[in-house]
Design a protein around this ligand. Structure first.
Ligand SMILES: [Zn+2]
Length: 168
């Protein structure tokens, strides 16, 4: 999805250096690694952080989005737009299950995992902050849904995948 023309101004957002973001994120991960007892705890803490980040982002954008998603599956577009606004790139792929209860987002060029290779922590969801952001968006928009990170380039997968499951 491109962001062009009359709606573009609404979604302009100030940017910071990608290197600054990645270095800061890496230090947050390092801190979690040194203060957690296992990988699950790291993943959970990063997701909780993402939830709070998501709350802030949604409050910032809520006023600017004129048409909110009404059905769960419509969040495919909402989250694509949010991702584009914040990362300047699109998800590589978004798939919606036949029953429209599962959304899968992938990014083959995940900006969080770029240049990161972690070989000694299997199961680490390095860019799990995205899952937390998704959870916050769903909760604040009144949907019972939960996301988890299914694959992660930082630990050797070919792409980063965040899956969002609708509950009710
Ligand atoms: Zn990633």
């Amino acid at each position: 999805m491109g962001i062009k023309g009359t709606i573009a101004w609404k979604f302009m957002t100030p940017k910071v250096s990608m290197v600054l973001f990645q270095a800061t994120y890496r230090e947050v991960q390092n801190l979690l690694m040194s203060t957690s007892t296992n990988v699950d705890e790291i993943n959970q803490k990063m997701k909780e952080m993402g939830f709070r980040v998501g709350e802030t982002l949604l409050m910032d954008y809520a006023d600017r989005i004129s048409q909110h998603a009404g059905e769960f599956a419509e969040f495919a577009n909402t989250l694509q737009l949010a991702y584009k606004v914040n990362s300047s790139q699109n998800f590589t792929n978004i798939s919606i299950s036949d029953d429209k209860r599962t959304l899968k987002f992938t990014d083959d060029n995940c900006p969080i995992c770029a240049g990161v290779t972690i070989s000694d922590m299997p199961g680490l969801q390095y860019c799990n902050i995205i899952s937390g952001v998704f959870d916050a968006v769903m909760k604040l928009r009144g949907f019972q849904a939960e996301s988890y990170q299914e694959s992660c380039k930082a630990v050797g997968d070919s792409t980063c995948t965040w899956t969002l499951n609708f509950r009710e």
